[in-house]
Design a protein around this ligand. Structure first.
Ligand code: HEM
Ligand code: HEM
Length: 142
């Protein structure tokens, strides 16, 4: 293979591996925004607000919170390279879909799912604590 092609391949592989955590948060946040806003439109059109808690948290935990995390990690790249940031990212993004699916089941009348919803919510709380610690550590000095 020509050397240039190898160099290009290597560069693009490296670039893929290095999508910064701030951008990863932002890219997922906008997907949650599309989901949350679509559900808002469906609710408004149908006058059925059963899924309002889902709409609220898709938008606020998915879009707004993750959007803020993304913007902040982009403004403090060193904070985004810590183990704490990786734990924060994975905990938030594993907890959130479980929380949203079980919340949808719960508001649809499946009350037996509540323990799973509760566990996912606690995991989400821990993810926020990871973020809080990381933010405090990286904002102690200007
Ligand atoms: C096209 C976009 C959107 C539509 C059509 C929409 C629609 C709705 C509807 C129909 C409700 C229920 C209102 C009610 O119970 O009387 C609602 C509630 C709410 N929405 Fe949206 N929404 C949209 C975008 C958003 C976004 C982007 C956010 C947050 C970033 C958001 C946050 C909320 C919150 C917090 C509530 C609860 C408000 C309350 O209970 O007083 N919405 N939305
Ligand atoms: C682990 C994380 C969270 C849990 C377990 C949680 C839980 C709840 C619960 C139980 C309610 C009451 C729902 C009802 O009355 O039907 C609620 C409402 C609400 N939460 Fe959260 N929440 C979380 C995170 C957040 C965050 C991060 C935000 C904002 C950035 C937020 C914004 C709201 C708002 C605006 C309402 C009122 C919605 C309405 O009027 O219907 N929540 N949340």
């Amino acid at each position: 293979m020509p050397r240039l092609a190898v160099a290009r391949m290597h560069r693009s592989e490296t670039a893929n591996e290095e999508v910064h955590i701030g951008n990863r948060f932002l890219r997922l946040a906008i997907l949650y925004a599309l989901l949350g806003v679509s559900l808002g439109i469906v609710m408004a059109a149908s006058h059925d607000y059963t899924f309002k808690p889902l709409h609220v948290h898709l938008n606020l935990l998915g879009w707004s919170s993750m959007g803020l995390f993304g913007l902040w990690y982009r403004s403090a790249p060193a904070a985004g390279e810590t183990t704490l940031a990786r734990i924060h990212f994975w905990l938030h993004n594993i907890a959130l879909p479980i929380q949203m699916v079980t919340l949808a089941m719960f508001v649809s009348g499946n009350e037996s799912i509540e323990p799973v919803l509760a566990l996912a919510s606690i995991a989400m709380g821990i993810a926020f604590v990871c973020f809080a610690i990381n933010l405090w550590k990286h904002t102690a000095h200007s």
